[in-house]
Design a binder for this molecule. Structure first.
Ligand SMILES: Nc1ncnc2c1ncn2[C@@H]1O[C@H](COP(=O)(O)OP(=O)(O)OP(=O)(O)O)[C@@H](O)[C@H]1O
Ligand SMILES: [Mg+2]
Length: 301
């Protein structure tokens, strides 16, 4: 459904996307993870035919984004990092106007808006001003709007940033239902739990490049250990503990007041008994992967 080859995007001296090659299959949910400034939004704008490539090839739903940008835009639902809702219009008018300007008849826009509002749990807010919605409701409405045209591919730039856990879960439920209906999804996120829950495959981006790509399980197997020891210092022994970990050859990182320890062979780290330290174990996760791959992670390099 998406086929990108050596995609480059430059802004003057900045290379925001630096030779990205990737494929997304029909029905797949593909996630972009990467620190601030990695190039996720820029790549999504290229895909949405909102900004031209500097070089490379990009085909979406069989259409070339450079030569057939307009047709590409008609096949996509796009949710940008900022909601981009029209504050002069009500909730329902935002959807209807979008449908109408995208080529639906007025009657069809009305019908579809009612459907989409119901699906996203916003029917009772249909006549509200945008400014009267909470942040979470605005986010839901922005996602709802992307579904007005029953798109083949939906592009979601940080769909749940700023939402409370309840709001996030609601969006996850809706995205899972849409995914089950066969829509192809490309999304970016800073929430590892979200990526693990929704994405079939994930690309880790850094400085405009994809550093690695795979299913969540593949990435965890490749870059994280099966289990990570979490050390909580009961007394002030951090320096001694770190010295002991270095001596034992473990990779570790500080997480607030805790230290997370991974074995370099990927197995369960056998942390030696340390005075004043409470140790618990948890499975390796995508956060370990992300920090290891994006470079600021485990270990005293
Ligand atoms: N219109 C622009 N003009 C100049 N530079 C830009 C423009 N848009 C993005 N950039 C630069 O491109 C790089 C990638 O930015 P981008 O917004 O794609 O990152 P991102 O991965 O989406 O980050 P975030 O997680 O913060 O949203 C940054 O260095 C940014 O400053
Ligand atoms: Mg961004």
């Amino acid at each position: 459904m998406i086929r990108g080859r050596d995609i480059v995007k430059r802004f003057g001296p900045t290379t925001a996307v630096d030779g990205v090659t990737f494929d997304v299959m029909k029905g797949e949910t593909y996630g972009l993870l990467g620190p601030n400034g990695a190039g996720k939004t820029t790549l999504m704008r290229l895909l949405s035919a909102l900004s031209p490539l500097s070089s490379g090839g990009l085909v979406v739903a069989g259409l070339d984004v450079t030569r057939q940008g307009r047709a590409v835009r008609e096949r996509l639902g796009v949710v940008t990092q900022q909601d981009g809702l029209d504050t002069d219009l009500t909730v329902r008018q935002n959807l209807e106007t979008h449908g109408y300007f995208s080529g639906l008849s007025r009657r069809e826009s009305r019908r579809r808006a009612a459907e989409v509002l119901a699906f996203f749990g916003l029917s009772d807010r249909a006549h509200d001003d945008i400014d009267h919605l909470s942040g979470g409701m605005k986010r839901r409405l922005a996602i709802a709007r992307a579904f007005m045209m029953a798109p083949d591919v939906i592009i979601l730039d940080e769909p749940t940033t700023g939402l409370d856990p309840q709001g996030r879960n609601l969006v996850w439920d809706k995205l899972a239902a849409l995914k089950a209906s066969g829509v192809t999804i490309l999304m970016s996120t800073h929430y590892m739990e979200e990526a693990a829950a929704l994405c079939d495959r994930i690309a880790i981006m850094h400085q405009g490049r994809i550093l690695d790509e795979g299913t969540p399980d593949e990435l965890i197997e490749r870059h994280a250990s099966v289990e990570v020891a979490q050390l909580r210092m009961v007394t002030d022994v951090k320096a001694e503990v770190q010295a002991a970990l270095v001596a034992a050859g473990y990779a570790w990182r500080e997480v607030g007041t805790m230290i997370h320890v991974a074995a370099r062979d990927g197995q369960r780290p056998q942390v030696p008994p340390l005075e004043g330290v409470r140790v618990t174990y948890r499975p390796g996760n995508l956060e370990d992967v992300f920090l290891a791959v994006a470079g600021k992670g485990l270990g005293e390099e």
